[in-house]
Write a protein that binds this ligand. Structure first.
Ligand SMILES: Cc1ncc(COP(=O)(O)O)c(C=O)c1O
Length: 449
């Protein structure tokens, strides 16, 4: 970690006096010595309170698709908010945005909300109302936000607690969740064709939905096996189950039409957030007209004071307008490919066992293994300690991915070729420093000193 942290650490101590653990989301706590206080961002860069500059690959856990403080977006927001921010009436901005989202993604109807958590919570309710069933399947290691129903067997589950593959245990990710709620949750290992078929065949009459992150964006960017998403679609069709794609991370990032377009599989409901607003709080629940038709007064409750507010809607319109007009995501993908290839070559030259997972705009770097994982259990074999050491070396050199290898590297449009070059130079230096300090890393698993 950068040795030049002084003001940052002082500020963090002050934060701890007033904010539990000094952070407004538990995932942001890296320990007392390493949790940064960030004062500004521009393009691909962010600065801490000591004016250390970092190339940011966390991008706020994924939303920043264009770059920090991207002028097209901030100018549009500034312009709109002078006219008021909240009216509790429909605005032209909301209409424009709904049109854009339906055009880009193929969903037929869309409602706005503010966070991914709200979006998946609403999507599950719609699915239950539509099917008159209460249970749902989610996949181990997948994260769908902070509401009670989905906080089971997320990527926070430690190794060895998930139970036997054929009879998975629902592992609760937090205290404070009513115990009975887990009766609605069926966790299945990702990419496990047999277990999915078995679970659906046995329990379809209780299943309102299958909710899935098409790429495991919270656990090492594990990809779906060929035919996997198609099988989920097929089973949902056969048993009248609502298929929910949770595209909070993949939406407006891996393709303009998200995972539905990328993998060529259509869901019944889709949730979006993150890249939709380039860092402004906005989310959406979209879907087929027929499924969304239950959302109406007296039927399914879906709303919130700030849903569709001017700030988020203006940001999303500006972001999507750019995505539609310019080859933004294609450019990010091309640069991301270069970065992935460069990282792969450096690690190969150093003899460090590794595999890169995911897609160029959100990819994982897993150490201590050379084949891609296919589910969360398999992912857990990666050497996260070696990865943490590597990231610490990177941060010292001004490159900031998440220290946790579950969290992918995210790229934005502002990560241009110069930024990629800078990153690869730092990566080369970081790997050399790491192998000097810890030569045994090349022999395989590193484990703790
Ligand atoms: C796939 C997925 N769904 C839902 C959420 C929850 O979104 P939010 O943090 O905006 O509530 C996240 C957050 O990381 C996510 O990755």
């Amino acid at each position: 970690m950068s040795p030049k942290l002084q003001k940052t650490l002082e500020l963090f101590q002050e934060a701890k006096k007033y904010i539990p653990f000094g952070v407004n989301s538990n995932f942001r706590y890296w320990g007392d010595e390493y949790t940064l206080v960030i004062t500004r961002g521009e393009g691909a860069y962010i600065w801490d309170a000591d004016e250390n500059r970092y190339i940011d690959y966390r991008l706020g856990f994924g939303p920043i698709i264009l770059g920090h403080a991207y002028p097209t977006v901030t100018d549009r927001v500034a312009q709109e908010i002078r006219k008021g921010t909240l009216f509790a009436w429909t605005t032209p901005l909301e209409i424009e945005l709904a049109k854009r989202i339906t055009r880009m993604t193929g969903v037929e109807k869309v409602r706005l909300s503010n966070t991914g958590t709200e979006a998946t919570m609403h999507a599950l309710r719609i699915a239950r109302a539509y099917t008159d069933r209460e249970g749902f399947i989610k996949f181990e290691g997948q994260y769908h936000g902070m509401h009670d129903y989905v906080l089971f067997s997320t990527a926070s589950a430690p190794r060895g607690v998930l139970g036997a593959r054929k009879s998975p245990i629902n592992v609760q990710a937090s205290s404070g969740i009513p115990e009975d709620i887990q009766q609605y949750v069926y966790n299945v290992p990702y990419n496990d064709f047999k277990m999915l078929e078995k679970t659906v065949k046995e329990s379809w009459s209780d299943l309102a939905a299958i909710i899935v992150e098409p790429i495991m964006g919270n656990a090492g960017a594990v990809m779906p096996k060929p035919g996997w998403l198609e099988l989920i679609r097929e089973l949902c069709d056969k048993y009248d189950i609502v298929l929910i794609f949770d595209e909070v991370k993949t939406g407006f990032r891996i393709a303009n039409g998200g995972a539905q377009e990328y993998f060529g599989v259509k869901a019944d409901l889709v949730t979006y957030a993150k890249a939709l607003g380039n860092g402004f709080p906005i989310a959406a629940i979209g879907g087929k007209e027929e499924v969304m038709s239950v959302v109406q007064p007296g039927q399914v409750a879906l709303g919130g004071t700030y849903s569709g507010n001017v700030v988020g809607a203006a940001a999303a319109n500006a972001t999507l307008e750019l995505l539609e007009k310019e080859p933004i995501l294609e450019t990010i993908a091309r640069r991301g490919e270069r970065l992935m290839k460069g990282i792969d070559e450096i690690l190969t030259r150093a003899g460090i066992p590794h595999v890169l997972t995911g897609v160029p705009s959100m990819f994982g770097v897993l150490l201590g293994r050379d084949t891609p994982p296919y589910d969360f259990r398999d992912y857990q074999d990666a050497d996260e300690v070696a990865y943490q050491y590597l990231v610490m070396e990177l941060i010292e050199r001004g490159v900031l991915p998440d220290v946790d290898d579950r969290e992918p590297w995210f790229l934005s449009y502002s990560h241009d070729d110069t930024v990629i070059d800078e990153t690869l130079n730092a990566f080369e230096d970081a790997v050399q420093a790491l192998t000097k300090k810890r030569p045994y890393i090349v022999e395989g698993r590193m484990l703790v000193d």
